[in-house]
Write a protein that binds this ligand. Structure first.
Ligand SMILES: Cc1cc2nc3c(=O)[nH]c(=O)nc-3n(C[C@H](O)[C@H](O)[C@H](O)COP(=O)(O)OP(=O)(O)OC[C@H]3O[C@@H](n4cnc5c(N)ncnc54)[C@H](O)[C@@H]3O)c2cc1C
Length: 449
C-alpha cells in the first residue's frame, strides 16, 4: 500500500521546525537580509533545537535522521527565510561527503565532534573559473610524503566565512579531469587557509557565501575523503542526496509566496469587489497551489528513494529542477497579485522572489538538471511501448482486403520512414507515400494479432 502520511515522529519534527521557523527565523529575516549578514545565533539555536546536523548517524552520537526528515525541516525554515534555511542546511551538505566516505577514523573524529557541539562544515566543489563542470576543478592537491599540499581557490562556498571545516574537492592533475579529482576534510584554522570577504548577493543575503584560498596547505592523508579518481563520484553522490532538499527549499518558499497571495486577494478591493472574486486571480492561485503540491510530492519521493537505499539521482534532479522553476513562477505571480506593493520592500514577496532565484543556480543549474534527466530519458530509460516500426497490427482488420484471417502467410509491411502499412506477402517496390524502396519496409509478421 502506498501511504502518503508522515509518521508520528515526522509530524512532531515538522511541528518543531515550524515553531522554530515562526518564532526564531521569521521575525529576523528581513533585518538580516537588509544587513547582508548571516545570523549565527539562529544557526546555533537550530542546532540546539535539534533541527540541524540531524543526519549525523547515531553511531557517532547524532540523530541519524534521513533525507526525508531533512526535507520536512527545510520546507518549514525556507518558508520563513530561504537564505537562513540555506545556511542551516549547509551543514548537512558539508558533512554528506564525510558521511558517505569510507574513512572510519575520520568520521569518528569529526562527526562525533559535530554531534557534541555546534560546529559548521561547508562543501566546496566550485571555483571562480568553474561551477557546473566539476571535472574542470583547478585547485591542486599534490602528494608530498604522508600529506597532500593544497593550492588554489574555491568560490561560492556557503557558510565559507563562518565554517570550522570544509569538504574540499581538488585534483592531482587538472588535465586528467574526473580521474584526478579527490576530496579532503580541511580545517579552517590550518596554516595557509584564507577566507575571502562575504560575496554581496541579490538574494539569500542572510546566508554567508565566500571564497576560500589555499596557499600550500598541508593536509594529512588521514583527512582524505576520496582518493584521486573517487572525488568526482563522491561529489555526484552527495548531490543526488542533497538535491531533494533544494526541492524542499523551493516548496517552503513558494508555499509562503502562495499563502501571502491568498491572504492579499481576500482583503484587497478593486472595481467594487474583493480581487479574490476575479476568476483570473483565482486561476493564478490554483496554479500556485498545484505547483507547490506537485513540487512537494516530487521532493518527498526523491528523499524517500535516497533513504530507501535506491539511487535517487534522476528523481532528485527532477525534484530540484521542477520545484525550483515552479517556485520562481509562484513567487513571480504572487508579486503580480500584490500589484505595486509587491514591488516594495515593505511586503515579503520581493525578498522571496530574490531568494528563490538562487534555487535554479546552486547545486547544479536547471540546465545541468535538464542534461541529467534528458541523458536518462534518451539512454537508460526503459520504454513500455514498442518501437514505432514494431507497433502491433490487427491483420484480420486489413482495410485493403488482401489478407485472409485463416491464411498463415498473410502479413503486412510497415514503411520505416513514413509509417504506411502495406498488406500482402511482399513489400511494394516503392512506398506510394514517401517513395522509399522496398528495403525500407519491415515485415510485421511478428506482431500478427
Ligand atoms: C549563493 C550561492 C551559493 C553557492 N554555494 C555553493 C557551495 O556551498 N559550494 C559549492 O561548491 N558551490 C556553491 N555555489 C556554486 C554553484 O553551485 C554554481 O554557481 C553553479 O553550479 C553554476 O556554476 P557557475 O556559476 O560556475 O556557472 P557556469 O558553470 O559557468 O555556467 C554558466 C551558465 O552556463 C550554463 N551551462 C554550463 N554548462 C552547460 C552545459 N553543458 N549545457 C548547457 N548549459 C550549461 C549554466 O547552466 C549557466 O547558466 C553557490 C553559488 C551561489 C550563487
Amino acid at each position: 500500500m502506498l501511504d502518503f502520511r508522515l509518521s508520528e515522529q515526522q509530524l512532531e519534527l515538522q511541528q518543531k521546525a515550524r515553531q522554530f521557523a515562526l518564532e526564531q527565523v521569521l521575525p529576523i529575516a528581513a533585518y538580516y537580509d537588509e544587513k547582508d549578514e548571516v545570523p549565527i545565533d539562529v544557526l546555533r539555536a537550530a542546532y540546539e533545537a535539534g533541527i540541524s546536523s540531524t543526519d549525523i548517524p547515531e553511531k557517532y552520537g547524532g540523530k541519524g535522521y534521513g533525507i526525508l526528515e531533512g526535507v520536512i525541516v527545510t520546507e518549514e525554515i525556507a518558508a520563513a527565510c530561504p537564505g537562513i534555511a540555506t545556511s542551516v542546511f549547509d551543514n548537512s551538505l558539508g558533512m554528506e561527503p564525510l558521511i558517505l566516505c569510507d574513512n572510519e577514523p575520520l568520521k569518528e573524529k569529526y562527526l562525533s565532534r559535530m554531534a557534541r557541539e555546534f560546529q559548521l562544515m561547508s562543501f566546496a566543489t566550485s571555483e571562480p573559473g568553474m561551477g557546473s563542470d566539476v571535472s574542470g576543478i583547478r585547485c591542486t592537491a599534490t602528494p608530498d610524503g604522508e600529506d597532500y599540499i593544497l593550492n588554489g581557490t574555491k568560490y561560492w562556498v556557503t557558510n565559507g566565512g563562518i565554517a570550522d571545516y570544509y569538504s574540499i574537492f581538488a585534483t592531482v592533475d587538472p588535465k586528467s579531469q574526473h580521474e584526478g579529482i579527490c576530496a579532503f576534510l580541511v580545517e579552517r584554522d590550518w596554516e595557509g587557509v584564507s577566507v575571502g570577504r562575504a560575496i554581496p548577493k541579490m538574494g539569500q543575503r542572510s546566508s554567508n557565501t565566500a571564497g576560500i584560498h589555499f596557499d600550500n596547505v598541508r593536509v594529512p592523508k588521514e583527512n582524505v575523503l576520496a582518493e584521486p579518481g573517487q572525488g568526482f563520484y563522491l561529489a555526484m553522490k552527495t548531490f543526488s542526496r542533497t538535491r531533494p532538499v533544494i526541492g524542499a527549499f523551493s516548496v517552503g518558499a513558494a508555499r509562503s509566496a502562495m499563502e501571502y497571495a491568498i491572504e492579499y486577494v481576500k482583503k484587497r478591493r478593486a472595481f467594487g469587489t474583493k480581487i479574490a472574486n476575479f476568476q483570473s486571480l483565482q486561476f493564478k492561485i490554483a496554479e500556485m497551489y498545484q505547483k507547490v503540491e506537485t513540487s512537494r510530492l516530487l521532493t518527498l519521493k526523491a528523499a524517500w528513494e535516497a533513504d530507501s537505499g535506491m539511487d535517487p539521482t534522476i528523481d532528485a534532479s527532477v525534484a530540484k529542477f521542477y520545484a525550483s522553476e515552479a517556485a520562481l513562477e509562484v513567487a513571480n505571480e504572487a508579486l503580480q497579485i500584490f500589484g505595486g506593493f509587491g514591488y516594495t520592500k515593505m511586503f515579503p514577496v520581493e525578498k522571496l522572489l530574490r531568494d528563490i532565484r538562487l534555487f535554479r543556480i546552486y547545486e547544479g543549474t536547471s540546465e545541468i538538471q535538464r542534461m541529467i534527466v534528458s541523458g536518462h530519458a534518451l539512454n537508460t530509460y526503459q520504454p513500455v511501448m514498442p518501437a514505432m516500426e514494431d507497433l502491433p497490427l490487427h491483420l484480420e482488420k486489413d482495410p485493403e482486403g488482401v489478407n485472409q484471417a485463416d491464411d498463415p502467410a498473410s502479413t503486412a509491411w510497415r514503411c520505416r520512414i513514413c509509417g504506411y502499412v502495406h498488406y500482402g506477402q511482399e513489400p511494394p517496390e516503392q512506398c506510394p507515400f514517401c517513395f522509399f524502396p522496398a528495403a525500407s519496409f519491415k515485415n510485421t509478421a511478428a506482431q500478427k494479432a
